[in-house]
Design a protein around this ligand. Structure first.
Ligand code: NDP
Length: 499
């Protein structure tokens, strides 16, 4: 008998043929008892799982994180415990709005998610390529995402909905500015930064808490496409990110990022002019300088995309001792929402899949349910509840976080437009963006906004004017000049539809 592998059914029995159905005579119908055939067809029907509602289109790689600088005075997290320490990482980058199979080179925010398989469990840094976000309250998230996806009637993306929503949420102007600037269209995941965006917390061995922001700066340099360049790329390939990333790693050109943190003493949160837990704000570098921590290197293409990238389940709820949450409202909504999305998309036991399984021991009492294929029975069938007298796993009170000091009455604190909302985009516009980038940004706005109704255009231009009169004037002029024929017009009011 040769060692060559032979086909079997999924139950292990020899498969007689993989090509010929069992029929009643050479010209007769197929037999229902041809289980091999039925199994093959049934499996194909089940090869897809629900795609992510957001961030469906993604690209992944495996690699490692290495500590280069000591930050143990801020955190007791094991992955940062000593210089030189290496931790395995699984990364997934994504666009936000596009469905699976959408073109990679679209103007959009990019997801930048990292799963660190630490010795004390998985830490997921579920970030973006921007340090901020469009909204600061998770209550608005489903509506916001609805404006980014397809219109229920036209089944097209709707600039009218996007700018209508943004104009009603002026806090979004900071993020929209970045989206319309060069950084809104990176050439691939290797040429962009990653940010934790939210404020998280660190706590050290002495129980001191610090607020922290994470910045992964690309070592490849920033590179972006203009709209015209992206159109040409998409005309040639819709998979430009997958191709660039896969080929770079395959050829040994491993992309790297340097991790920096900003650290804020716990008490400062009461003092800063801006709310440090507002996801539409950065912490100015001059107030909280970047502190270098380590290096991320992605050096392996997953052997199976579906198993390691489609099945990858990132959630900000995955934190490890020494890293905690903050009162950031968006973060708190995501702590629930992301894990819940994976329970729906992948199933109850999604954390046991190879992409998500911790490399450290996993002991819990969540047991049965669909696809309960793992074993964690603690070598004693009597230890199936807790507390028990049968040596089952027990809790770890020594890992309790320092208590969060809060004061205030429970209410709904609406944060509508504040003067704060314009200061940081103004700093970006006045001090960071070069003149030529501003010109490109005006053009990008014009391309994006030209299909909108005049009312929505004016409302958004009024927001821009509050940031800076030159900003509004630049976009208005570009809108007047734009050749609107290049845009599709996904609004339902037929009078506004141009073909
Ligand atoms: P700084 O001058 O210290 O920082 C400006 C930062 O802007 C840079 O460090 C860089 O961040 C980022 N940047 C550089 N070029 C561009 C660009 N073309 N498009 C978008 N971002 C760019 O000033 P502040 O810290 O006071 O921030 C001023 C403004 O810069 C903020 O209001 C915000 O809009 C923007 N910004 C600030 C960041 C922060 O964390 N403080 C991060 C990113 C942007 P990086 O090094 O991360 O690439």
């Amino acid at each position: 008998m040769s060692d060559k592998k032979r086909l079997t059914t999924s139950a292990g029995a020899p498969f007689v043929t993989n090509e010929t159905s069992k029929t009643a005579g050479p010209r007769g119908p197929v037999m229902l008892d041809d289980y091999q055939l039925i199994e093959k067809l049934a499996h194909q029907n089940r090869e897809r799982i629900p795609e992510r509602v957001v961030h469906a289109n993604g690209w992944g790689a495996q690699g490692k994180f290495t500590v280069t600088h000591d930050i143990t005075k801020y955190t007791r997290a094991a992955l940062f415990s000593e210089v030189g320490k290496e931790t395995e990482v699984l990364a997934r980058w994504s666009t936000v709005a596009g469905e699976k199979g959408a073109a990679d080179a679209e103007r959009d925010v990019r997801g930048f998610s990292l799963k660190f398989y630490t010795e004390e469990g998985n830490w997921d840094m579920v970030g973006n390529n921007t340090p901020i976000f469009f909204i600061r309250d998770g209550y608005k998230f489903p509506d916001f995402i609805r404006t980014q996806k397809r219109h229920p009637k036209t089944n097209l993306r709707s600039p009218e909905a996007m700018f209508d929503f943004w104009a009603a949420q002026p806090e979004s102007v900071h993020q929209v500015t970045i989206l319309m600037s060069d950084r809104g269209l990176p050439v691939n995941p290797m040429h962009m930064n990653g940010y934790g965006s939210h404020t998280y917390s660190f706590w050290n061995k002495d129980g001191e808490r610090f607020w922290v922001k994470f910045h992964f700066k690309t070592q490849q340099g920033h590179k972006h496409y203009t709209n015209e360049e992206a159109e040409k790329i998409i005309g040639k390939t819709r998979e430009s990110y997958q191709e660039d990333l896969y080929n770079a790693i395959d050829q040994g050109n491993f992309p790297k990022w340097t991790l920096f943190i900003q650290v804020m003493p716990e008490a400062d949160a009461e003092k800063t002019a801006y709310n440090p837990f507002d996801l539409t704000k950065v912490w100015p570098h001059s107030d909280y300088p970047l502190i270098e921590v380590g290096e991320l290197e992605m050096n392996k293409n997953p052997d199976n995309y579906f198993q390691m990238v489609e099945n990858a389940a990132y959630s900000p709820s995955n934190k490890v001792p020494g890293i905690g949450f903050s009162p950031d409202k968006m973060l708190q909504a995501r702590v629930f929402s992301y894990a819940d999305a994976h329970r729906y998309r992948l199933g109850t036991h999604y954390e046991a899949l190879p992409a998500n399984a911790a490399k450290s021991p996993v002991n819990h009492y969540h047991k049965d349910g669909q696809m309960r294929f793992f074993t964690n029975d603690f070598d004693n069938p009597d230890a199936y509840y807790e507390p028990n007298r049968f040596d089952g796993p027990t809790a770890n009170p020594e890992f309790e976080e320092p208590p969060l000091k809060v004061s205030g009455d429970i209410s709904r604190y609406e944060q509508q437009e504040t003067m704060d909302d314009y200061e940081q985009p103004r700093a970006l516009f006045e001090n960071v963006l070069e003149d030529d980038e501003k010109e490109r940004m005006y053009f990008n706005y014009a391309a994006a906004m030209s299909p909108c109704s005049d009312e929505v255009k004016e409302r958004w231009l009024a927001v821009l004017k509050k940031v800076h009169p030159d900003y509004e004037a630049g976009v208005r002029k570009a809108l007047e000049n734009v050749d609107s024929d290049v845009n599709t017009v996904p609004v339902t009011d037929d009078s506004k539809v141009r073909t």
